[in-house]
Each structure stands twice: as C-alpha cells, then as structure tokens.
Design a protein. Structure first.
Lengths: 385, 632
C-alpha cells in the first residue's frame, strides 16, 4: 500500500517518520514561531528592555513546548485516540487534587506545586475535554446523536470538570470549557434546538448563579457594565488598560515607548494585559497584524479538520482550534472592556508555563491530525481499511 | 460500504456546521476589530490626553517673595536661606541608625523621632522627610562632614522670610505665615505646602505685588508617583521689591525712643508728599517668629499682653485727641467770622452752662484770652466759648477736612476711622439728641471725639503745609527686575483755608513751644533753625470727680496705669519752613508732658537725619497710576 502515489490530496496513511517530518505543516510552524517571537519581544519590553525576568524564561518554555509540539504531532493519531479517555481522567484527577491539596494563589485554588512547575490542571482540562468529547462523538452514529440518551455521557463529561473549575473559582476557564465543549457538540451534529434549550435555561439560571459569585467576581461584572464607576478602585485595571490601548492610536508610541506600560499604570502587563501593551506600542496596526496571525493559525486548524478523514481528528482539530479562538477572543475582548475581566491569557504570548505547554500540545495534536488525516479509525477504535 | 457512506454524510453535516461556527467566529473577531478602531482611532485623542495626564505631573515652583527696602534701599525684609536636613527612607539601609547618628550631631528629641517616623510611614519611600528645620551653619557643616555615616540624610535649602529690624519695624512690615483655610482662593500656589502669605502690614497690603509668579516644573511620574525625569521647567518670576517711604534709621530711633514708655505710638510725615518716614508703635513683636511658627506659649503671651503688642496703635488705636484738637476748633471759629484778635473770652477757671460747670484745666483761670493765647495756654474756656457760638457741626466739618473722623487712606490694612461727632451722628448712633454741654466737651477733644495717631499726624501735616490735603503713604514704588516704578504723588488738593487763618494757628503753635509761657516751652528744640511748633494734649480716660477737683491733689502718678490720662503731642518743624509733621501718643502717660519730650527728640533726630532731603533710591515715574492702591 505504501507504494501508492497520492492523488487528490489523498495519500498513503501509513508513512515513515522521515516522511512525517517532511509533511509537517511548516506554514503553521512558521506562524507559531512568529507569534511567539512577538510575545518574547513584548515580554522584553514589559521588563523595561530586559530579558530578565520574563523573556528569557518564556523562551526556554517555548523551546520545550516546541519540541513537545513536534513530538505530539509525530505520534500516531490512533495512539492519541486510545489514550484520550486516559488523558481526560488524568486531568480530572488532577483537578480533584487541586481541590484537595492545591495551594492557594491569587485568591483561587488553581495550582498543584510540583516543585519544578506550578501545574494548572484546569489548563490541561481545556485540551483533555476536547480529546474525550472527540473520542466519544467519534463512536456515536449520526442517528444516535439525535437521541437525548446519547448526550447524557458527554454532558456529564463536561459537567464534572466545569463544576470543579468553578469551585476554584475560575469563571474564565469554566466558560472556556463549556464553550469549547459546545463547539464540539455543535460540530458533532447535535440538533440546534437543543442548543437553544440549553442557552435559554442558562440565561434563566443567571440570577440564581449571581448569588454564588464571589464579591470580586460580582465587582468585575459590575465594573464591566459600568466601567466609568470608581476608576481608581476596582475599575482601575480596565480603565488604565483602555487608556493604554486608546492612546496607542493607529501606529503606536513605538517599541519600549509605551508610557502606560513602562510607568506601571498598566497592570499585569506581562500576562493578561500584554496585548494592551502591544497595542500601546504598535498601535492598531500592530494589533491587527497579531490578530491576523492568529486568524491564519485558526484557518489552518479549520482546513485541517475539514481535510481529516476521521471524525475523531475532525472534532479534535475543530475543538482545539476553537479553544485557541476562545483564548484570543476572550483575552482581547477583556482588555478592551468588551467582556468582564476573567483572567484568560493570550496564547503563545502571555507569560506563563502551563498555558504555553497546553497550547503547544494542542497545536501539536492539530498537526498530528494533519499528518494522519487519511488514517481511518473505526467507531470502536480498531483500524479498518 | 455503509460505513463510508455514513462518514461522507457526517462529513457533509460537519462541513456545514464548521461553516456556521466560522461565521460566528468571524462575527466576534469583527467586533474586536471594530472595538480596536473605536478605541484607537475614534477615541484615540481622548485616551492620549488621559495617558499624558497619567504620565505628566505639574509641580508649582514657589516664586521668590520680593524684598522690602526702606527709602534708601536698606533691606528691611528679605529671604534667608533656611537649611534643613531631610532623610529619604529608600536610601537608608537602616533608618533608625541614620537618625541616631544624626541625633548625635543635632539633638533630636523624643517628639522629633515620633514625628519623623510618622511622616516616613505616611509618605512613600522616595519622598524626603524633614528631620530638622532651621539648622545653624555649624550644624550644616557637621552633617556635611559626617555624611558618610549618614546614608539617606541630606541637606536641603529653603527660604524663610527674615526681618533684620525685628520689633523695630514689626507694625509697618507685618509678617508672613502659612495660608489658612479661609484664605484659599483656588490659586494652586496658595495650596503649596509651606507657602506663606502676608498676614498684616505691608506684607499683607502689597502681598500680591511681592508674591511673584509661580514657576512650573513638568515631571514624568510612574504609577506610584515616583519622579522619573523632568520634562520642562518654567522658573516663573520673583515678586516685586517694595520700596518704602520709611527711613529705617529714623524708624529705629522712633521705636526705641517710644520704648521709654509702656505703650505709645508715633508717626513722622513729610508734609510735601505725605511720605511716612517713621511709624512707631510700642510694644512691638518679632515678625520673624511668625514664620518659624510660634509656640502656644509665645502666642498666648502676645495676645494676653495688656499693652497689645500685635496692634499697630498708630493706625488702629483711637484716642480722644484732647487739646491737640483745638487748632481745628480755632480754624472753624475763624471761618465763622470770629476774629483771632478781636474776639476774646474771659476765663475764670470754669464756665457755667445751665446748671453744669465746665472747668478749665487751670484752676485759677487764664483771665482774658484771644485765639492765639487760647492755643498757647491751651485755655479750655476760650474754646468752650467759641464752640458754643459756632456749634458742633461746624467743628466737625473742619475736623473732617483735616483728616479726622474718616480713614486717611494709608496703604496698610486695619486702619481705623475714629469719631468726629455731629448732631446727626449722635442721633444715628446713640439715639439721643445732642446736648449743648457736649459741644463744649467736643471743643477740647474729649467726649465722643476719637482719632488715631496717624490722623493727628496727618492733621498736623495739613496744617503745616498751609492747608493742603496731604495723604500719607508707606510705599514709594517698587523694583521689578531692572525696572523701577514710582507710585506717583498726587498734587494735594487745597483745603481752602485763608492763609491769614493759617497764620494765626502757626503763631499759636509757635507760642506753645517757643514762648516762655507756652505749655510746652520746656520741651522746645533749642538748635537754631530746627525749632518746632506744637500743641499739647491730655485725654482723660475718666471723669474727674468734684471731690478730687476741690481737693486739688489729684496726681496721675498716684493712679493705677489703666486710669491715668493719655499724653499727646502734635508738632511740625522747622517752625519757619515746615517740612516734618509728627504726632505722639503715650497711652496712660499721665498727660502731655509724657508725649512732648518724645516728639521733641523725634523731630530733632528727624531734622538731623533729614531723610526728606537726602537722595533716596531713584525711581522712574511711571505713566500709569494703576498700582497706586494695592489690594485691600
């Protein structure tokens, strides 16, 4: 079979490691490197023209993440298919672990201290949930998807980690988990009216949910609804972020010239608000360039999911791409005051280890889908061709 | 192959769903781009301004307050460097160690420590905190020498108002002190910590002139308020240097001479231009003390002092002028046609009006006296007689012309107007009709009549100038950089007194001092050409009882200070060609004999120094008269 020439984009699914390396999606890799370079540049600027303390460490993380991404991409997708539930349960156990023994940071239990890395299981879960759902829906026939009984298991799969993350409490990650899962459900072919029902009941539940929010979370929402209120108190961050953003203008103030960032008016400029700093120093032009790079990356993801010949690969690619979209959209919308401040970082750019690794593992998986796009996987995971 | 068929179906549905999802994403991303456009293009200017506001802090630089010079250019108020040691917490490895080391050099009290530590806690780590103010030069140099052992401590230089003449000029100059809540006008300069404004005297009256223009310094600051760098600096402008009419040397003499008494005041005026050459008020106070901050004890000592050191008695003390008022009565009488020589009165020592007896100061009486003799002997009966004929309102009319009963308009805050009663005045203020006897009492400057020493000085100047409406002033002009500006002296209005009337007054006043039978002959100036002409006055502060009068042994010296008579003396010199007018009041001095020798000494010293004829600081006459009157 290996001698068959490829035509119409179809080629022999069984290829060697060398061929895999050759066929790696180099365009995507170039995009990823470009985005990460921009990130390193901004971290250099955030530290007032210094590689310490952020840019150098982030570069090391990117290097590790890069190797990990390529490795993940080269691993056969059937392997990923087999370990997907394992991966999910592993992440779930870690989430429970956070609940039990997690250390308290930033007023929320999010990390497990593994000494060499502060592990954030909720970040891992963003990949794991897509993994598990893709595997599940791969095994469900078109007819069965129409039946409500077949939706119970995936709903439980989403519900369990969501509740755990919500308890941490981490509203942003919960939202991302639910929305990314929703995207997988949607692409798997779940009927539209079911989404309508879920959304309607979700809206109805808002007044009840409000009671369970922490004061700081309520404040964030209130500040979002009325940003000019209390610009020196709770609304300080978003107010200063908008000033930094708007004052950048069309072309920006120039690299290392952002007064809001360098005079520390801008909070968290190395993590959640790093796009603000970019917009201040490079203006709308800089912001649009970075946004376009992300969009291109997402287009690659979409194209890969469309080209995959197995449902697992399609759902995995689309779910992970949607995850990337959520990161980018929520982060940028947040710093521009379009959505409440929820603490979602900008992928490949914001300073932070776990996010960098999970995002790159996710991209590695998307590439794996590409490399193994013609492999067929039976409904129950047995290779049949 | 059903499997493949199903997968193709699935793929079709999948593609449709992906398309829908992508449309959703595209819509959301467009919203982001729209928001970026809104913030960075439409609202960009607004946010640029806000970012600049964040980044740039404007700090006001306090201007240098203008000095005050006397008429010859001698500094009577200036700014002295004030050294203070400050500590910056960030620059000290151990704050307590630095403070303990400093304490060995400049002695810090328990209280100082508390205040410093409180300030350090309250302010950010890079803000200097004052450890001690007003260091002596020795302390400054010892700190400089030991600077290696004092990490974080440094010397800063500020400015403090200093008055070299101290209490000798306190009432003219006034003082400066921190701005009070009430005085805030919205001018940010006034809100600067440590900024001081004039609170009284020239410092207050000409405050806006001397204050100058605030400079500005634009700083770039970070979110914590730390100064990163200075962007621009505008030095502003120093205040104007005020040039006074006062001769600091004469002023010192006057104040020192007055200090032979417990409480007294005096003015010396150049009758040609109204220049106040000296204005004394005893006791004085040290105006520099206000700048350094008074302790409660010092302040209470000042306000509870029975001799009221804080009050400028020359303009704010009102006294019955006593017999010094008689020139005005005499002029009013002549105006009403009473001849100086043709009209005489017989003085048996008293005058009867209805059932009441009005006494002359001299028990036996003066016999028959005319106007000149009336002045020379200060015969009360003569003035009772003419006053009864012309009535109180004619006297008041003349008194007003000579500056009594209204403010004369000196450029000092707190001047009082005194009282010249009329029939209408009594109706309005006391609600009772005028009594005939009150006209008699008024004619000898008693009763309701009240005047300030400045008013009496002005009255004398107007007499000595031949009936010109002399207006006194304390500021000659100012200097601003290279430019000098003189406040113009107006052509004084003529009061319309016939010269022959003035001549009678001159003869009378000359006789008071230079006729051996005059009341102040004893206190004349003997130097030829410097002779003075004056008028004595004694103001009772209580009614003399009949019993005392009959006993005839009533001596002021036997009374407690508060109940003794005020002593007054007004004079001009030289007698032939008058130039200087002077008034002296000694509170409870026991009679004019307390005031007359002081006035003589002052006029003698004035003519010896002759400040009016000595070249003063040259000032260019300005065309505009806008600054003739400063703010009040």
């Amino acid at each position: 079979m290996g001698q068959q020439p490829h035509y119409l984009g179809r080629h022999n699914p069984e290829i060697t490691l060398g061929q895999k390396l050759w066929q790696l999606n180099w365009g995507m890799i170039v995009l990823i490197c470009m985005i990460a370079s921009i990130g390193l540049g901004m971290l250099y600027s955030a530290a007032n023209a210094s590689f310490d303390p952020w840019a150098s460490r982030q570069a090391v993380r990117f290097a590790i993440g890069f190797v990990l991404m390529i490795t993940v991409a080269l691993v056969d997708i059937r392997f990923w298919f087999r370990v997907s539930y394992l991966f999910y349960f592993g992440a779930l156990i870690l989430l429970v672990g956070v609940e039990v023994m997690g250390s308290v940071g930033m007023g929320a239990q999010r990390w497990i201290d593994l000494k060499f890395i502060q592990l954030q299981p909720s970040e891992l879960m963003k990949v794991a949930i897509v993994f598990a759902l893709a595997r599940y829906f791969h095994g469900v026939s078109q007819e069965d998807i129409g039946r409500i009984t077949f939706l119970i298991i995936p709903l439980v799969m989403v519900f369990a980690p969501s509740v755990l993350v919500l308890r941490q409490p981490d509203l942003g990650t919960t939202g991302m988990l639910v929305m990314a899962s929703g995207a997988v459900f949607f692409c798997a072919g779940v009927r539209l009216w079911k989404f309508a029902v879920v959304m309607a009941s979700g809206l109805a539940a808002i007044p009840i949910g409000w009671q369970f929010l922490h004061t700081y979370q309520k404040n964030r929402v209130l500040i979002f609804l009325n940003p000019e209120q209390d610009p020196l108190g709770t609304g300080y961050h978003i107010h200063q972020s908008k000033i930094a953003f708007g004052s950048g203008g069309v072309f920006g103030k120039g690299f290392l010239q952002g007064s809001q960032s360098h005079l520390n008016f801008l909070p968290e400029k190395q993590t959640d608000f790093i796009f603000t700093m970019l917009a201040e120093e490079f203006g709308m032009v800089g912001g649009l360039v970075l946004l376009s790079l992300y969009v291109l990356l997402m287009v690659y993801g979409l194209a890969i999911s469309l080209r995959s010949r197995n449902q697992f690969g399609r759902l995995l690619a689309i779910g992970l791409t949607f995850n990337l979209f959520l990161y980018v959209f929520i982060n940028i919308a947040m710093i521009m005051g379009l959505v409440p401040v929820v603490g979602v970082p900008l992928p490949l750019i914001s300073y932070g280890g776990t996010v960098m690794l999970t995002v790159m593992v996710g991209l590695g998986l998307v590439m794996s889908v590409w490399l193994h796009r013609d492999i067929k996987i039976s409904r129950h995971g047995v290779h049949d061709e | 192959m059903p499997m493949v068929h199903e997968d193709q179906d699935r793929h079709k549905g999948f593609t449709r769903r992906i398309l829908m999802l992508s449309c959703g994403k595209a819509a959301l991303l467009s919203a982001l781009v729209g928001r970026m456009y809104y913030l960075q293009v439409i609202e960009a200017e607004k946010y640029k301004t806000l970012a600049e506001d964040n980044r740039v802090n404007l700090r006001l630089l306090p201007p240098r307050r203008g000095n005050i010079l006397d008429r010859f250019g001698v500094e009577v108020a200036n700014n002295q460097q004030n050294f203070r040691v400050v500590v910056v917490k960030e620059q000290t490895p151990d704050l307590m160690a630095t403070l303990d080391a400093l304490s060995k050099l400049i002695k810090l009290s328990e209280h100082d420590y508390k205040r410093i530590l409180r300030d350090v806690k309250r302010k950010r780590g890079f803000v200097p905190v004052t450890v001690k103010d007003n260091l002596s030069w020795d302390q400054v140099s010892s700190i400089e020498v030991n600077s290696a052992d004092l990490p974080g401590a440094s010397i800063e230089v500020g400015e403090t108002r200093f008055y070299p003449y101290g209490a000798n000029m306190s009432h003219i100059l006034g003082y400066v002190a921190a701005v009070s809540e009430k005085e805030l006008t919205g001018d940010p300069l006034l809100e600067l910590p440590g900024f001081r404004i004039g609170k009284s005297g020239i410092e207050k009256y000409h405050d806006s002139d001397m204050r100058g223009q605030a400079g500005t310094s634009e700083f770039e600051v970070n979110a914590y308020g730390r100064v990163i760098r200075e962007l621009a600096r505008n030095e502003g402008g120093s205040g104007r240097e005020m040039i006074l009419t006062v001769d600091a040397g004469l002023q010192t003499f006057v104040q020192q001479r007055l200090m032979s008494e417990l409480s007294a005041a005096s003015v010396v005026i150049d009758i040609q231009n109204g220049d106040v050459l000296a204005m004394g008020s005893v006791p004085g106070y040290d105006p520099s003390a206000f700048n350094l901050g008074l302790s409660n004890k010092q302040w209470n000592g000042l306000i509870n002092n029975p001799y009221t050191p804080l009050s400028n008695k020359a303009i704010a003390g009102t006294y019955a002028p006593g017999s010094t008022f008689k020139m005005v009565v005499a002029l009013a009488a002549m105006k009403e046609g009473i001849g100086a020589f043709s009209h005489t009165a017989y003085c048996p020592g008293f005058m009867k009006l209805g059932n009441a007896r009005f006494h002359c100061w001299k028990r036996g009486g003066h016999g028959t006296v005319n106007l000149i003799e009336g002045l020379q002997h200060s015969c009360d009966i003569y003035f009772y007689d003419v006053a009864r004929r012309i009535g109180v309102d004619k006297i008041a009319e003349m008194a007003n012309k000579f500056g009594l009963g209204e403010k004369v308009g000196i450029d000092l805050p707190g001047e009082r107007s005194g009282v010249i009663p009329t029939k209408a005045w009594k109706e309005a203020n006391i609600g009772e009709p005028w009594q005939g006897g009150e006209t008699l009492v008024t004619s000898i400057g008693q009763g309701f009549v009240l005047a300030t020493p400045l008013q009496l000085g002005v009255m004398t100047a107007r007499i000595a100038s031949g009936g010109k409406k002399v207006i006194p002033r304390l500021a000659r002009g100012y200097r601003e950089g290279e430019k000098t500006v003189a406040y113009p002296v107006p052509e004084f209005e003529d009061l319309g007194i016939p010269p022959e009337h003035m001549k009678m007054i001159y003869q009378g006043m000359d006789a008071v001092s230079n006729n051996p039978r005059g009341t102040a002959y004893k206190y004349r100036i003997k130097d030829e050409g410097w002779e003075l002409a004056g008028k004595t006055g004694t103001a009772q502060v209580r009614r003399i009882t009949l019993a005392e009068r009959q006993a005839g042994i009533f001596k002021n010296e036997d009374l407690p200070w508060r109940r003794r008579d005020h002593g007054l003396f007004v004079a001009y010199a030289p007698v032939d060609n008058p130039r200087y007018a002077c008034a002296v009041i000694v509170e409870h001095g026991g009679g004019s004999k307390s005031a007359a020798p002081i006035a003589r000494d002052i006029l003698q010293e004035t003519q010896r120094r002759d400040p009016a004829r000595t070249p003063a600081v040259p000032l260019e006459q300005s065309a505009e008269i806008t600054n003739l009157v400063g703010e009040s």
